[in-house]
Design a protein around this ligand. Structure first.
Ligand SMILES: [Zn+2]
Length: 404
């Protein structure tokens, strides 16, 4: 099993300066490689591939000993591969007739990650008994202190260094991470993600949900969202190129990262609680949910949003909510796999409209956002709990069909 672990880096002032230079040089390498591909294509109609660009690295480094020559050769290869990947994605979109979006030059602040191959330009130096004495050694920078707050298991394969605002992180990706199976609990649940509550289960679980089966939204979420919405509005009032505009954009970035951190923390806690208490967790397949979704938010790429038909705030809130589910389901899938639990994905069609008692399907069954009343048999219950029960049933049917 594969897994990654993310830790805060604690560089010295000098190391932080070096990290900034390293990321900047990688950004320029990326942009130069993109420029070469563009020119070759527009002037001569030829496509340049990763192999040809990688073959030039040796010369680039020799010509620029105090610049590009300072950094790890393999990490530079990874940056070129990253460009190769974005071209591959571009051609895939062209082939499938989607809006392609040619790979873009990365401006300052839009390139924040450098990837290393373990043992080649970077080494993970962890002391299992002394997590506080963990370092990562990076070519051209030296030993950087890592705040390792939990153990790393498996075989380290890749090491990423990432800048988020003014902080630095290291992300360690491992192969062969052993699964630690949890004892069987005999509990199977359906889970409905929502807006009013973070999620609702088909049945309440002591210590995981409230008495109705709801898992609450992260604390502070509302406050952070309101601050974000206010900052977005303030941004719209600033003039292009002004100092205030730049400051507001930085603030928006900070708030986005804060919301993202809260969301990830909360998702980890909720997923862990579920995996500990349930053998089978049935959820809606988000890929299908997204296809039937309403007015999609249209990000401008700088943390703001363009009009999308709905109100600007709706677009923003939806995008945060959607991202939250995606993050949560990814974390849940990971934790379930490492604990030997089952996560079943089901088609979300009609899960909120079907009567769990008589099976009658009608939009009118959903009386309000919160209340379900069956038009035929008058069965009534909390709408989210009904949704979760229907999800659970659909999942168990699917599982039995697969087993048969
Ligand atoms: Zn009914």
């Amino acid at each position: 099993m594969r897994r990654s672990f993310k830790f805060v880096l604690r560089p010295t002032v000098k190391q932080a300066v070096m990290l900034t230079m390293m990321v900047e040089d990688h950004r320029q390498l990326y942009n130069a490689a993109l420029e070469e591909r563009r020119t070759a294509y527009t002037k001569r109609g030829v496509s340049i591939r990763y192999g040809e660009q990688s073959a030039q690295l040796k010369e680039i480094r020799a010509d620029d000993v105090d610049g590009q020559g300072r950094w790890s050769f393999t990490s530079q290869q990874q940056t070129l591969r990253r460009l190769e990947k974005s071209f591959a994605a571009f051609f895939r979109r062209v082939r499938s007739g989607q809006k392609p979006g040619y790979p873009r030059f990365k401006g300052k602040g839009w390139f924040d990650t450098v990837t290393f191959v373990e043992g080649d330009g970077a080494r993970w130096d962890s002391q299992p008994c002394h997590p506080s004495a963990t370092f990562v050694r990076l070519h051209g920078i030296g030993h950087l202190r890592v705040h390792q707050h939990r153990p790393v298991t498996g075989r380290v394969k890749r090491i990423e260094v990432k800048r988020e605002g003014s902080r630095w992180y290291v992300i360690v990706s491992c192969d062969d991470v052993p699964a630690a199976h949890l004892p069987v609990t005999g509990r199977e649940v359906g889970l409905d993600v929502g807006v009013a509550h973070f999620a609702t289960l088909s049945q309440p679980i002591n210590g995981v949900t409230d008495a109705c089966g709801h898992i609450a939204n992260p604390r502070h979420r509302k406050a952070a969202r309101e601050q974000l919405a206010a900052a977005q509005q303030a941004y719209a009032r600033t003039r292009r190129g002004s100092k205030r505009r730049r400051k507001t954009a930085q603030k928006i970035g900070r708030l986005h990262r804060k919301v993202a951190r809260q969301r990830t923390d909360h998702a980890h806690k909720a997923a862990l609680a579920l995996v500990r208490t349930c053998d089978v967790i049935v959820v809606e397949d988000l890929k299908i949910v997204n296809m039937v979704r309403r007015a999609a938010p249209r990000p401008n790429g700088d943390g703001t949003f363009a009009p999308n038909g709905g109100s600007a705030k709706t677009g923003l809130n939806d995008s945060i909510t959607d991202a939250g589910w995606g993050v949560f389901l990814t974390i849940l899938a990971y934790k379930a796999e490492s604990a030997g639990r089952d996560v079943i994905l089901v088609n979300p069609a009609n899960t909120s409209r079907t009567c769990p008692k008589c099976g009658y399907v009608a939009r009118e069954n959903r009386k309000t956002q919160a209340e379900f009343v069956c038009v035929r048999c008058r069965y009534s219950a909390n709408a989210d709990v009904v949704g979760a029960s229907n999800i659970k049933r659909a999942g168990l049917v699917l599982r039995d069909a697969r087993a048969a």
